[in-house]
Ligand binder design. Structure first.
Ligand SMILES: Cc1cc2nc3c(=O)[nH]c(=O)nc-3n(C[C@H](O)[C@H](O)[C@H](O)COP(=O)(O)OP(=O)(O)OC[C@H]3O[C@@H](n4cnc5c(N)ncnc54)[C@H](O)[C@@H]3O)c2cc1C
Length: 479
C-alpha cells in the first residue's frame, strides 16, 4: 500500500489548493515544498506586488490631496524600507496562512526537493539552491528527506523568470521580479524590458515612486495580450504619467557600467538607439520548472518548457498530473487554483467541467488597471464572428467622476447573430474587481438581452459595463 493517496509537488496556489481539495475528498494527502509555502504567488508574485502597488497608490493620492480639498501638512513622502518591509510582512502572513491550512486539513508537509523516481514514487532531497534568499523556514512538524509513495502524483512546481541569451539578469544591475520587489534604494532611472503584466506593474510602481521609467516592448502594443484599443488607451495614460514607451523595439545588447546599464535598442524599421539607466528589469515571461523532476525517467511529455496535459490535467503517464504554471499558459494564480480542483475532482471520479481557457480572466494592477475576459476584437474577427462592439468611457460615469478617477473605458464584444457575449475589456479604476461581473455572465452564456435587462446599482463604476452593452446595440443612455 502506498504512503499516500495523493502527493502534490509544490505548494503554490495550484499545489496547496489541490492538497486542500484532496483532503476534503478524503484522500490521504502530502505536499512537498522546497522553498516557501504558498509558492511564488504569495511570496514573490501576486500578493507582495499588490502590496507595493497599494503603497504607490496611496502616495499618488497624497500627492493629489489638493484635488480632493485636502491639505497635507508636514512631510508626506515614501519610505522605501518601510514599503518593502510591509510587502514582505504580507508575504509572510500569506505563507503562515497556508501553513495553517495544511495543518487544519491534515495535509502532511514534506520539506525538500522532490523528484519522481519511478511510477508512484518520489525521492525528496534537501533543497539545493533556493531561487531567492532568505528561504522560509520549514513548518515545525514537516517531514524531511526520504522516499515516499502515492497512487497519484500532482506536479505543481510553477515557473521562474525567463532569461534572454546575452541579457541574463545578474541580480545587481539587471533584475528579475525577485530583486525588483525588494530594492535597497530607489534607482533614479529604470528600463523595463517587456510590457506584459509583470513588467508593466513594476513600471507603474516605480514611476509612481518618481523613477524615470522606459518600457521596451518587442510587440506593437503594450500589454500585448490585451485588446489593441485597451492597449492604446493604457499607453496614453502611462505616457501622460511620464513613462517613456518604445513598442516594436527590442533590447539587443546590454553594456554594464559600475552602477548603470546601457541598453542597445533596435526598432522594427532598423532604427537604433541606446538608453542608459540605473537598473534594468527583465520581464520577458516565465518558464516552467520542469528540470530535475525525473519527468524523463517516467516519460512524461513536455513541450516548450511546460508539461503537456489534457483538459483534466492528466499527463501522458498514468498517475501523474500537472497543474498551474508548469502546465502552461496562461500563467495565472486563479488558473492554477481552478486546475487544482478539476484535477483532484477528476481523480475522485466526480466528473468536473474541463478547463475552458477562454473563461480565464486576466488582470493587470497598473495605474490605470486593466482587466479582460474572452476574445479581443481581433481574435473574435479572426475566429469568423460577425461582431457588434460597444464602448463606454468612465468620463461619463458619475461614480468615477466623484472618485476623481474618470480615465478609462469598457469595451464589449458580441456575436452579431446570436447576441452571445464573446469578450469584455476594461481599463480604468477598480476594473480588476469589475471584470468578475462579465466573467460570471460569460460562464452563464449570457446574451445582450439579459445584460441589458440586468439592473446595475447607481452610482457605481459598474454602470460602465451596462452602458457599453447598450452602446453595442445603439441604446447607450449617458453618452
Ligand atoms: C511579480 C509577479 C506578479 C504576479 N501577479 C499575479 C497576479 O496579480 N495575478 C495572477 O493571477 N498571477 C500573478 N502572477 C503569477 C502567479 O504568481 C503564478 O501564476 C502562480 O504562482 C502559479 O502557481 P503555481 O502553483 O503553478 O506555482 P508557484 O506559485 O510558482 O509555486 C510552485 C512551488 O513549487 C515549489 N517547487 C518547485 N519545484 C519543486 C520541487 N522539485 N520540489 C518541491 N517543491 C518544488 C516552488 O518552490 C514553489 O513554491 C504573478 C507572478 C509574478 C512573478
Amino acid at each position: 500500500m502506498a504512503d499516500y493517496d495523493i502527493i502534490v509537488i509544490g505548494s503554490g496556489p495550484g499545489g496547496y489548493i489541490a492538497a486542500i481539495r484532496a483532503a476534503q475528498l478524503g484522500f490521504k494527502t502530502a505536499i512537498v515544498e522546497r522553498e516557501h509555502l504558498a509558492g511564488i504567488c504569495s511570496n514573490w508574485g501576486c500578493i507582495p506586488t499588490k502590496a507595493l502597488l497599494r503603497s504607490a497608490e496611496i502616495l499618488h493620492y497624497g500627492q493629489h490631496a489638493k484635488d480632493y480639498g485636502l491639505t497635507l501638512e508636514g512631510s508626506f513622502k515614501a519610505d522605501l524600507e518601510a514599503i518593502v518591509k510591509r510587502s514582505r510582512g504580507i508575504a509572510t502572513r500569506m505563507n503562515n496562512g497556508v501553513q495553517f491550512l495544511m495543518k487544519k486539513n491534515k495535509v502532511d508537509v514534506i520539506w525538500g526537493e522532490a523528484k519522481l523516481t519511478k511510477s508512484g514514487t518520489i525521492a525528496v532531497a534537501p533543497t539545493k539552491k533556493p531561487a531567492m534568499q532568505p528561504q522560509t523556514p520549514p513548518p515545525k512538524n514537516a517531514k524531511g528527506e526520504g522516499t515516499y509513495t502515492a497512487d497519484h502524483i500532482i506536479v505543481a512546481t510553477g515557473a521562474r523568470p525567463r532569461a534572454l541569451p546575452g541579457l541574463e539578469p545578474d541580480g545587481k544591475l539587471i533584475w528579475t521580479y525577485f530583486e525588483s520587489m525588494v530594492p535597497a534604494k530607489m534607482p533614479k532611472s529604470l528600463l523595463v524590458m517587456g510590457s506584459g503584466a509583470i513588467g508593466i506593474e513594476f513600471a507603474s510602481f516605480y514611476r509612481t515612486m518618481g523613477v524615470e521609467v522606459t518600457v521596451v516592448e518587442v510587440l506593437p502594443q503594450v500589454v500585448p495580450v490585451e485588446d489593441a484599443e485597451i492597449g492604446a488607451f493604457a499607453r496614453k495614460a502611462f505616457e501622460k504619467q511620464g513613462m517613456k514607451i518604445l513598442t516594436g523595439a527590442k533590447v539587443t545588447k546590454v553594456e554594464k557600467g559600475a552602477d548603470s546599464v546601457t541598453a542597445h535598442i533596435e526598432d522594427e524599421k532598423g532604427g537604433k538607439q541606446t538608453i542608459t539607466a540605473d537598473r534594468m528589469i527583465s520581464a520577458v515571461g516565465v518558464v516552467g520548472n520542469i528540470e530535475n523532476l525525473g519527468l524523463e525517467t517516467l516519460g512524461v511529455k513536455t513541450d516548450r518548457g511546460c508539461i503537456v496535459i489534457d483538459d483534466l490535467c492528466r499527463t501522458n503517464v498514468k498517475g501523474v498530473y500537472a497543474i498551474g504554471d508548469v502546465a502552461g499558459p496562461p500563467m495565472l494564480a486563479h488558473k492554477a487554483e481552478h486546475e487544482a480542483v478539476i484535477c483532484v475532482e477528476a481523480i475522485k471520479g466526480l466528473h468536473p467541467h474541463p478547463m475552458d481557457k477562454l473563461m480565464i480572466p486576466g488582470c493587470t494592477y497598473c495605474h490605470p488597471q486593466i482587466a479582460s475576459v474572452g476574445l479581443t476584437e481581433a481574435k473574435a474577427k479572426a475566429a469568423g464572428h460577425e461582431i457588434k462592439v460597444g464602448r463606454f468611457n468612465f468620463v461619463a460615469n458619475g461614480k468615477a467622476v466623484a472618485l476623481g478617477e474618470d480615465s478609462g473605458m469598457a469595451k464589449t464584444i458580441f456575436d452579431a447573430k446570436t447576441g452571445k457575449l464573446l469578450g469584455a475589456h476594461l481599463v480604468g479604476p477598480e476594473v480588476t474587481e469589475l471584470i468578475q461581473g462579465f466573467v460570471v455572465a460569460m460562464n452563464l452564456e449570457t446574451t445582450e438581452e439579459e445584460l441589458m435587462h440586468t439592473i446595475f446599482p447607481h452610482p457605481t463604476l459598474s454602470e460602465v459595463m451596462k452602458e457599453s452593452v447598450l452602446d453595442a446595440y445603439g441604446k447607450v443612455l449617458n453618452a
